[in-house]
Design a protein around this ligand. Structure first.
Ligand SMILES: Cc1cc2nc3c(=O)[nH]c(=O)nc-3n(C[C@H](O)[C@H](O)[C@H](O)COP(=O)(O)O)c2cc1C
Length: 363
């Protein structure tokens, strides 16, 4: 008997369906939802439609190399897992399942301040693999300081300061879905850690917000003074902020609108990538997340100048569907698709991916 595929593979659509079947409707609304009417959520994906790939033929593509370097560290692929909170609500093994799946493949993952597992346990589960720690500033800077110091001790490679959540966005789908934090899944990084604030309307027109809503650019210097780790600013969407982050000593910029979860009608990261890439020093690494789903999306972002791209929701679909095994299958799916797309584009490695690969499909 001839054996064809040894293991069934998922298509991306099947993976999404599997993920949905394994969590409650409320958790699914939390994962999938965006802010307001979800214009930005849709726009993140639609922005990729503006571009088409222009392949070259009759190129020797027997050897395909997907490796790249991020902040001086080699990684297997030019995509990474974006930080996503509360993974223990998606699968009982939470972030540990993610770390066990991506670690051995040398794929970079970013872990949220609001992880369900502690950053020390995540570090152990990742083995020696590259990992970044995402920081939500805490009302008490001493709590932020302690998180940063713990991340450095635990061997994280960078701090990703999320700057686009001075307050939590208005998330209709999540609210309608009735999502609530399950108290039986504790925050892994300790009881002192708190999520970003909401605007407390009940207090009347004078907002009394927690202090992290009041920080400004000086915070970058304060963070850099207490850690040797490079600091990446996540949530940049304008040239002005990109240049300011560069001046304040950021090592990288993650262009992001939080997966359309913060400000509805905000611009898509892909649409601002070319102007931001041009406006900051070449030594500054620029990444992007939001709406990246297929290998073609990865190629488009790289061709427009991104060093790497973050991917969010699909990793949660995979985690929900089958824990670490699910994440491994998704990783394989996307990596193989990327190698295939690169080969058919007539490119052998990421150095060969540049603006020549693209044509505007709706100028
Ligand atoms: C369920 C969920 C939780 C998230 N939690 C965080 C978080 O804790 N910190 C953070 O900086 N971004 C968080 N994000 C935003 C992601 O890091 C990323 O910006 C976004 O998901 C990318 O868009 P994509 O899902 O379309 O790939 C979260 C996103 C989702 C979907």
């Amino acid at each position: 008997m001839t054996e064809f595929a040894s293991e069934p593979t998922w298509t991306l659509a099947e993976l999404e369906g599997e993920g949905a079947r394994h969590v409650t409707d409320a958790i699914w609304a939390y994962i999938q939802g965006g802010a307001g009417e979800e214009h930005t959520l849709r726009e993140n994906a639609a922005a990729f439609d503006q571009w088409s790939l222009s392949p070259r033929v009759l190129v020797d593509v027997r050897e395909i190399d997907l490796r790249t370097e991020l902040l001086g560290r080699q990684v297997a692929v030019p995509f990474f897992v974006a930080p996503m909170a509360y993974q223990g609500q998606v699968h009982p093994d939470g972030e540990l399942a993610l770390a066990r799946a991506v670690g051995p493949e040398n794929v970079l993952a970013t872990y949220s301040t609001l992880s369900s597992c502690s950053l020390e346990d995540i570090a152990k589960a990742s083995g020696g693999a590259p990992r970044w720690f995402q920081l939500y500033l805490q009302p008490d800077f001493e709590v932020s300081r302690s998180l940063i110091e713990r991340a450095e001790r635990a061997g994280f490679d960078a701090i990703v300061l999320t700057a686009d959540v001075p307050v939590l966005g208005v998330r209709d789908r999540q609210a309608r879905g009735g999502f609530a934090i399950d108290a039986s899944v504790p925050l892994g990084n300790g009881r002192d850690v708190v999520p970003p604030p909401r605007v407390p309307l009940a207090q009347g027109p004078v907002f009394r917000l927690r202090s992290e809503a009041g920080v400004s650019w000086e915070i970058l210097g304060a963070i850099r003074s207490i850690t040797r780790l490079p600091v990446i600013v996540k949530g940049i969407l304008s040239v002005e902020d990109a240049q300011r982050a560069a001046r304040e000593g950021a090592a990288g910029l993650l262009l992001s609108n939080h997966g359309g979860r913060q400000l509805d009608r905000s611009v898509s990261p892909l649409s601002v990538l070319p102007e931001i890439r041009k406006a900051v020093p070449e030594t500054l690494e620029v990444y992007l997340d939001g709406g990246v789903r297929r290998a073609s999306d990865v190629l488009i972002a790289l061709a427009l100048g991104a060093h790497a791209v973050g991917i969010g929701r699909p990793f949660l679909w995979a985690l929900a569907a089958d824990g670490a095994a699910g994440v491994r299958r998704y990783l394989r799916l996307l990596s193989e698709e990327l190698a295939t797309a690169l080969a058919i584009s007539g490119r052998r490695n990421l150095d060969e991916v540049d603006r020549n690969l693209l044509r505007e499909s709706r100028p």
